[in-house]
Design a protein around this ligand. Structure first.
Ligand code: ZN
Length: 274
């Protein structure tokens, strides 16, 4: 399957650069019909028009479930001075939290800061394509509809306010989940397990890594969740962020900051903090 699926004003569109083709469908319905999207993509000719990043909503606006993996790149673990969760006890469970779907926002949506400790986390985001339970790693990629860029914006103060800490609310404030610009099928990127990923704040490079450095790769993350619960079409997995977050440097987001998040083959998000 090959297509790039986006959300223009609440309607599903195919997106190629700035060109779009209207599908006359709800974005959540559209992603359940990959063969139709593939056929429309393969036969696309004159576009219906052009769209700017700011006109796009989140490609998957209303998933049933949104998961976030934490501590999934070694340099991020090191910068937080945490113990390697895979080190002494290789069987230890991964750190997984939820971002509630109401936090999802478009690829150029403003990020509404609250307090003085909001932070950026550029991440590869995986979108599930079909109902999935008990899938092994060898079959996991077959259950993936596509990939997006995501920002796991985090209110560090709220994330650590309770004891023991509960990440869910601090990562779920309104606008804390910019995603997009499009849901891109894995075959349209060179190697879906090895993509350059970077984040700039006001043009300054803060995060710069590759998804091949994910300690638990995509297939393992999908399989692990599917052994616990049923994954549904449109479910989203934020896969973790590489080193370079603001929290580790005492550099939190300020109003006016521009967050530019890029992943090879997927495009870029550009979110202004307000
Ligand atoms: Zn994260």
């Amino acid at each position: 399957m090959s297509f790039r699926l986006a959300n223009r004003a609440g309607q599903a569109v195919l997106l190629d650069g700035q060109d779009y083709w209207a599908l006359g469908a709800d974005p959540m319905d559209a992603l359940t019909r990959p063969q139709e999207l593939h056929d429309r993509w393969a036969s696309r000719n004159a576009p219906d028009g052009q769209v700017t990043l700011a006109e796009l909503g989140p490609p998957v606006p209303a998933p049933m479930q949104v998961f976030g993996y934490g501590l999934n790149y070694m340099d991020h673990i090191e910068e937080l001075d945490r113990e390697d969760p895979l080190g002494s006890a290789a069987s230890e469970a991964p750190v997984v939290f939820t971002k509630f779907p109401t936090c999802l926002a478009g690829p150029a949506a403003p990020v509404q800061l609250v307090g003085d400790y909001c932070d950026y986390e550029c991440e590869l985001v995986v979108v599930i394509g079909v109902e999935t339970s008990n899938v092994d790693e060898g079959q996991a990629w077959d259950r993936v509809a596509g990939l997006m860029i995501g920002q796991d914006i985090s209110d560090r103060a709220l994330q650590t306010a309770a004891s023991p800490p509960q990440f869910n609310l601090g990562k779920s404030r309104a606008s804390f989940g910019p995603t997009g610009p499009a849901l891109v099928t894995p075959d349209l990127v060179d190697n879906p397990d090895d993509l350059a990923i970077s984040c700039r704040i006001n043009g300054e490079l803060r995060q710069n890594s590759r998804t091949s450095l994910l300690m638990r790769p995509v297939a393992e993350m999908v399989s692990y969740l599917s052994l616990i619960l049923t994954l549904h079409p449109g479910d989203i997995i934020f896969t973790g962020t590489p080193g370079g977050v603001g929290h580790a440097q005492g550099l939190y987001l300020k109003p006016g900051d521009v967050i530019t998040s890029e992943i090879e083959g997927l495009g870029a998000l550009e979110n202004v903090c307000i």
